[in-house]
Every structure is written in structure tokens, then in C-alpha cells.
Design a protein around this ligand. Structure first.
Ligand SMILES: C[S@@+](CC[C@H](N)C(=O)[O-])C[C@H]1O[C@@H](n2cnc3c(N)ncnc32)[C@H](O)[C@@H]1O
Length: 389
């Protein structure tokens, strides 16, 4: 029986060496190098979900490499040899001189996106957004199968692959040097019977690796501390409280993480403050006194009768106030009841909210009526696969 290729198994859009060569040939034609070069054998690198295609001179010597995003089919500039370097190598010029040439001045990008609510798989919806159109991402994805209401993943690996696709596609739309904060915590998989042990899965640590591999730098681990009673409902720690046998000790979880990442860049954070085209907006966005000085934030959990896993608006407001300017666009790809949207509107930011569950889309559409300064008729409605409705 013919074995499935890795590209097929992973569900890539670039499936074969011919596909990869075609994409690169097209790219080389666009920079007038198609006739001056030849392509080596493309290789798929499924750790990073990319195809690497060697570029050679007509005499066969290596002059560069082009990397293609195996899912989106895009050329990845950060992992691809620059056109000037390929040219220098073909002409046997001093490539160090080319490398030393001053890089073009970066321009601050102001997003044109309007407030949007989108229904469908967030990876498809994010793929419909323009590159560099989002200024901050704050989200709380499904914690694997922590909630029976949406335990949709058969295997943990399938869940991690979905998270990788989401984190990877968000990278393209996030503006350079901007932040992606994610609320996540280890989860407990309850035991199926009395003879089996329950299992903890350290989801944050697996997601951390994915963020780094997808092109983000780690910035902070913020601890959301809930009152002690909050964790008791998990049932953890009850057995020990009764018996006090060593080895049976289990800490009652009263924290969650807010892991903060920044899209990789060589720009200093100051650059965004100094180059913002509206200095008055920067001045108006200053964080007020009474801000959190440490990485432990004490916040009461939310109670939302309409969504089982909503986080508190106070949490979203802190993240938005600390990591964005007024009028910025804040994306929540797993938006649920739309807490991030309410917080963004309250702090005069724009919002882009996606969820795959139609019921939560309706919930957000109802709620938006009450959000600060939002005319519900002005909110765009997107459906995955269709850019706009
Ligand atoms: C933890 S909840 C988010 C709750 C949200 N922070 C709030 O305050 O209401 C995760 C959400 O992700 C949604 N979801 C799960 N898989 C999705 C996908 N592939 N694309 C978009 N949304 C998804 C679920 O429907 C759920 O509402």
C-alpha cells in the first residue's frame, strides 16, 4: 500500500516537491531571477511546517534557500535568502557589502480593520485577514478537553497541532513587535474509573514551545491568582485534606497563566512609542496609577451563565491597557462570549472576535449592543471562507 506523505498527513496545502518548486519559481520570476537560477530538491520540515527549496546557480553552486509556509503557501522572508544576496552570489560580488547596506526605514502600520465578529474556525478566519493588521492578540483557547461542552479533540497531539496552526496564522496578521497574550493553565483529566489515576497535562509548557517555534519571543509569565475557594470545586486536594498521607498531597490550583509573547523583531519597544503617527494617542493611552507592579494579578473569576469558560473582563482590560494603544485592533481568535470585545470597546480599542460556535456568535451579537460607543450596525460580520457578509 502506498504510504501517505508527511505533507498529506499534516494537511498541508503545499503537498509535493512539484508544488514547492512551482511556488518558488513564481517568486523568483517576480524578482527577475527565474532565468538565472535553478532549483534543488525541496524538503519538507514538519517541525516548523515549512518547505525548504535550495536555489542554485546554473553551474550548480548553492546561492540561497527559499522557505515556504506549508499551510498558507506563503514565502517566509525571515527564513529565505534575500534577493540581493542571491544576486550577489550569482554575480560573485562581495555579499558582505550587500548585507551592510542600510535596511529600508520601517514604517509604522496603522490598521484599517473595523470592529468584526466572525463565525467559523479561527485559522480560516485569520487567514482572511490582511498581514500586519492586528496590534494585540489576547485569547483563552480551549484547554484541550478540559470542558465536556467542547471536548472535541481525540488526541492531545491533534489539539497541539490545531493550536500550532492558530498561533502560526496569527503570526502573519500581528504587527511586527506586537504582543500575543494567552490565558492558559494545566488541566486535569479525570479518572475514568476508581482503579485509574487522574492525569494532569501541563498545556502551557507545550504551548510555550510552539510560540517560540512559530516566531515569537517570550516576554512574561503572569500569574492570575484567584481566591482560595475557587480551586476547591476541582476536587483536588480533598483526599489529602481528609487523610494527610504523604505522597497523596495535591495542591489545590488557584492560578492560571497569562503567557505574554512578542512577534520577533529587531525593533525596540521604544520604536513603537516614538514612531506612532499620532503622538496624542500615545499620550492618551498612558496607564493610570494603581497598575499591577508584579506578575501576580489577584482577580475574581468571572461568572457568566451563558458561557462555561468566560474569563473576567477585568483580566482582559488589564492586558489591553498594558499592551496596546487606544484605537489599536485587538484580536481574540477564540472569543467565546466576547469578553475581549467588551474590554476593548471600554478602553477605546477596536476588536476582531472569532468563534466556531454559532451560539456564542449570537451571544456576542446581542451583547455588542451594550458595549461602550458601539453601534451594532457598524460591526462587520465575517464567515470563514467568505471574506465578508
Ligand atoms: C475558553 S473559551 C473562550 C472564552 C472567552 N475568553 C470568554 O471570556 O468568553 C474558548 C472558545 O473557543 C471556541 N473555539 C474552539 N475551537 C475553535 C476554533 N477552532 N475556532 C474558533 N473558536 C473555537 C469555543 O467555542 C469557545 O467559545
Amino acid at each position: 500500500m502506498k504510504q501517505e506523505t508527511v505533507a498529506k498527513q499534516r494537511g498541508y496545502n503545499v503537498l509535493t516537491v512539484t508544488d514547492a518548486k512551482e511556488i518558488v519559481s513564481h517568486w523568483l520570476a517576480g524578482i527577475d531571477l527565474a532565468n538565472a537560477t535553478e532549483l534543488g530538491l525541496p524538503e519538507v520540515d514538519d517541525r516548523y511546517h515549512i518547505w525548504r527549496v535550495p536555489v542554485r546557480s546554473p553551474q550548480g553552486s548553492p546561492v540561497g534557500e527559499v522557505a515556504i509556509d506549508a499551510y498558507t503557501t506563503e514565502i517566509l522572508p525571515a527564513k529565505t535568502t534575500r534577493a540581493e544576496i542571491i544576486t550577489a552570489r550569482l554575480l560573485r560580488q562581495d555579499e558582505q557589502k550587500v548585507k551592510r547596506k542600510r535596511k529600508p526605514k520601517k514604517e509604522y502600520k496603522l490598521s484599517q480593520l473595523r470592529n468584526t465578529i466572525g463565525w467559523g474556525d479561527c485559522v480560516d478566519l485569520v487567514d482572511d485577514l490582511p498581514s500586519d493588521s492586528i496590534d494585540l492578540i489576547f485569547t483563552s483557547p480551549p484547554y484541550f478537553n478540559a470542558r465536556p461542552e467542547y471536548s472535541q479533540y481525540e488526541q492531545y497531539e491533534t489539539y497541539l497541532l490545531k493550536m500550532r496552526q492558530a498561533i502560526g496564522s496569527c503570526h502573519r496578521v500581528l504587527n511586527e513587535g506586537r504582543f500575543f497574550a494567552i490565558n492558559i493553565s494545566p488541566i486535569l483529566i479525570r479518572r475514568a474509573s476508581r482503579n485509574e489515576a487522574s492525569k494532569r497535562i501541563a498545556v502551557p509548557f507545550d504551548l510555550h514551545r510552539i510560540f517560540i517555534e512559530e516566531g515569537y519571543d517570550f516576554i512574561d509569565d503572569i500569574i492570575w491568582l484567584k481566591p482560595e475557594g475557587a480551586g476547591w470545586a476541582t476536587g483536588r486536594g480533598r483526599r489529602f485534606a481528609a487523610d494527610r498521607n504523604p505522597l497523596q498531597y495535591k495542591a489545590v490550583p488557584v492560578t492560571e497563566y497569562i503567557l505574554v509573547y512578542r512577534k520577533q523583531t529587531d525593533l525596540l519597544i521604544d520604536w513603537h512609542i516614538r514612531n506612532h503617527p499620532q503622538p496624542e494617542v500615545v499620550a492618551d493611552s498612558k496607564v493610570a496609577d494603581g497598575y499591577d507592579r508584579t506578575n501576580v494579578w489577584k482577580i475574581q473569576p468571572a461568572t457568566n451563565s451563558k458561557h462555561p469558560a468566560a474569563f473576567p473582563q477585568e483580566l482582559a482590560e488589564k492586558v489591553i491597557a498594558y499592551y496596546s494603544f487606544k484605537n489599536d485592533v485587538v484580536l481574540d481568535p477564540f472569543a467565546g462570549s466576547g469578553t475581549v470585545g467588551a474590554a476593548a470597546a471600554n478602553l477605546d480599542r477596536r476588536f476582531v472576535l472569532f468563534d466556531s460556535n454559532r451560539a456564542y456568535i449570537e451571544l456576542m451579537q446581542e451583547a455588542v449592543v451594550g458595549w461602550k460607543n458601539i453601534d451594532p450596525r457598524s460591526v462587520e460580520f465575517a464567515i470563514a471562507g467568505r471574506s465578508k457578509d
